[in-house]
Design a protein around this ligand. Sequence first.
Ligand code: 13P
Length: 257
Amino acid sequence: MALKKLVAGNWKMHGLSSDLAEIKAIADASGAYPGVDVALCVPAILIERASRAVPGFAIGGQDVHFAEKGAHTGCVSAQMLLDAGAVLTIVGHSERRDAQRESDAEVKSKAEAALSCGLQVILCIGESLEVREAGNAVETVIAQLAASLPAQSGGRLSVAYEPIWAIGTGKVPTVEEIGEMHAAIRRKLEDAFGQEGGDVRILYGGSVKASNAGEIFAVPDVDGALVGGASLKAADFIPIVGAAAESRPVEGARAIA
Ligand code: 13P
């Protein structure tokens, strides 16, 4: 048995009150796929309204501060996310690592703060095109993972491999490249967490669409997807959830407790 797949949407800086109907459409349609965990990470200001609109459906944040509270203008704590109804959060997305200059150490602190509050965490890692072309993608991503990993998985950690050059570009690594990276991530997780490292879901992100989701989900150690643009509309997102539901457990995959 493979791990239960997680298909999470990252709405980034998209979404107004008028989009609550789309969130409801996605939540309702996801109900047809109980074999897949589905989540939407929406702008912080929409979390409370979204979680009230779709009780029982997983709504998450896109970032969290590492401190419990304090003088951090414009920031949101893990407790605030929980209080608003979130059950998960993304940390370390490349858009934040880049634009907000977030370091691996900061990402690790954010993951630990969120896990210790009871949130699920999707920790993002991924290489630039320059690194990929230089042939250093695996070692670079594994070093980034090692430096960003929380001390414990808490049974609530997922890792999202998102090559920066594949985000929003329509470019996707080959299934061999995805397989090589996910296998290396799995080895690192098992080194760090022992047996529990086998139960951490490893998501792929970067230009996932209905047309490529099936082949990506068939790659060993791909336990789901983190989807940007194609998560904004139920018509684009639900077929990706459907592809996850149809993907068969692959030989050699691990069971989750
Ligand atoms: P796209 O699916 O739009 O390429 O975005 C991927 C992403 O960054 C998800 O976090």
